[in-house]
Structures are given as C-alpha cells and as structure tokens.
Design a protein around this ligand. Structure first.
Ligand SMILES: C[S@@+](CC[C@H](N)C(=O)[O-])C[C@H]1O[C@@H](n2cnc3c(N)ncnc32)[C@H](O)[C@@H]1O
Length: 233
C-alpha cells in the first residue's frame, strides 16, 4: 500500500471499528493494554503542571490517564485525524470532567507551535502513520528542549518461539475477537499485518536517534508491547 492509499484506508478502518474499539483493545490484549499505558506514563514521567499532547489519541484512553496523573494541574490535548474516534473520546465522562481538549488533525503535520509541549505521547499508532519518520519529526518538533516523546506500540518479542506464537495469536484469536465484535475481518487482518511488518525495535531506535533524540527502549510483558522514551536535545 502506498502512503497515499494508506491514509484513506486507515481512516475508513477506524471509522468502521470506532464503536467497538475499546472492547476490542481490552479483549485482544487480555486486559493488559491499560497497564501498558500506565507504565508508559510512569516511565515518561508525566507529572502535574506539564503541557501534554496525545497524538493519534483515538478514543482517548491515554489522554485520560495523563490527565489523571496531573490531578487537575496541567494541560492535556488529544489530536487524531478520525472524527468518530475523537467523538467517542469526547463523550467519555472522565474526559469531560478532566477538561481534555480534542482536536481533529494530522500527526504528520501537527497544528501546534514548535517547542510547545513538555511531553508528547502516542499509543499503538506509530505503525498506522503513512510516513513514520515524518510523524516522529513532527512530534519532536512540538516538544520543548529536553521534553520527552513517549511511544507505546504493539511489540515484537525477541524470543523466536514467543514471537511466532504472538503472530499466530494476532492472526487467529485477535482476528476472531474483531470479527465477533464488528462482523468484519479486514480491519483486523490489516492490524495483524501492520504489527508483523512494522519496524523492529532497533530500527525505531535508529530513526529516533537520527532526529536528534536520546532514546531508551523498554520491552513490556516479554516484548508483547514496546515502549520508547525519546528525550529531545
Ligand atoms: C490504534 S488507534 C490508537 C488510539 C489510542 N492512542 C489508544 O491508545 O488506544 C490509532 C489511531 O491513530 C489515528 N491515526 C492514524 N494515522 C493518523 C494520522 N496521520 N494523524 C492523526 N491520527 C492518525 C487513527 O485515526 C486512530 O484513531
């Protein structure tokens, strides 16, 4: 798929699965996804008083956890290109109570000033970008000097047996869960393939280093999820 084809495809996919996205996440990750988000925010040192941007915010779970960590002191903005996903986020009661601001926008051309956020977070979305390097550059651009970019992504276990089992799980159980929830298979075939075809952790680290950040890679749950914390110089 070319980058020009990927963007409308990804739009159509998330519009289709938005009503069941949260259920899908919980079931497909066997309930681990929220724990991974929390660990990402702890390692990224999300704290009260910061200005935080959640890129590809989707239905808002990561942004809500950021706002919760800030205990009412600070700013959290969620940006996503998909209106249906953002509407689900904005409807969540916790999000309303916490005053999170939602914007429809493109991760590869962020509508925010350079050096304007203390933290930028992105969850399970880097592999959906049409141009990963362009997206990463944009996220680093809007970070203040010494600010941190926190990337949580579906992982690639280094153990070959576990990696094979995980791929098989994605193409069978996870696709089955998706079909049971939405009556469609194609979005979940894409999601499984996108995990299989995405950059290795080493390649993600190299891309982040090439845009002048200092990077730490932290595998979560034996590498089922990958966490990268990149500090802007
Ligand atoms: C797998 S969901 C992740 C949602 C959320 N971050 C989470 O933790 O569950 C991926 C999201 O990325 C968004 N997305 C993909 N490409 C994008 C882009 N170029 N700009 C903005 N949002 C994008 C999709 O619309 C979708 O809502």
């Amino acid at each position: 798929m070319t980058p020009e084809e990927k963007r409308p495809f990804v739009q159509r996919l998330f519009t289709r699965i938005a009503p069941r996205y949260d259920w899908f996440n919980r079931l497909a990750s066997c309930g681990l996804d929220q724990g991974w988000r929390r660990r990402a925010l702890i390692r990224g040192e999300i704290q009260p008083g910061q200005r935080v941007l959640d890129v590809c915010a989707g239905t808002g779970d990561l942004a809500i956890l950021c706002a919760r960590r800030q205990r009412g002191q600070g700013t959290v903005i969620g940006v996503d290109m998909n209106r249906d996903m953002l509407m689900r986020a904005a409807q969540k009661q916790q999000a309303r109570r916490m005053g999170i601001a939602w914007f429809q926008g493109d991760a590869e051309a962020l509508p925010f000033a350079t050096d304007s956020f203390d933290r930028v977070v992105i969850g399970f979305s880097t592999r959906n970008l049409s141009d990963v390097t362009k997206g990463l550059r944009e996220m680093v651009r809007v970070l203040k000097p010494h600010g941190r970019l926190v990337i949580l992504e579906t992982g690639r276990p280094s153990n070959p047996v576990l990696r094979f089992g995980y791929q098989a799980f994605l193409f069978t159980v996870v696709r089955g869960i998706g079909f049971a929830l939405t009556g469609e298979c194609w979005p979940f075939t894409y999601l499984a393939r996108s995990v299989q075809q995405f950059l290795t952790p080493q390649q993600v680290v190299e891309r982040l280093q090439s845009i002048k950040t200092q990077v730490e890679y932290i595998p979560l749950s034996c590498g089922l999820a990958s966490l990268y914390v990149a500090t802007k110089s």
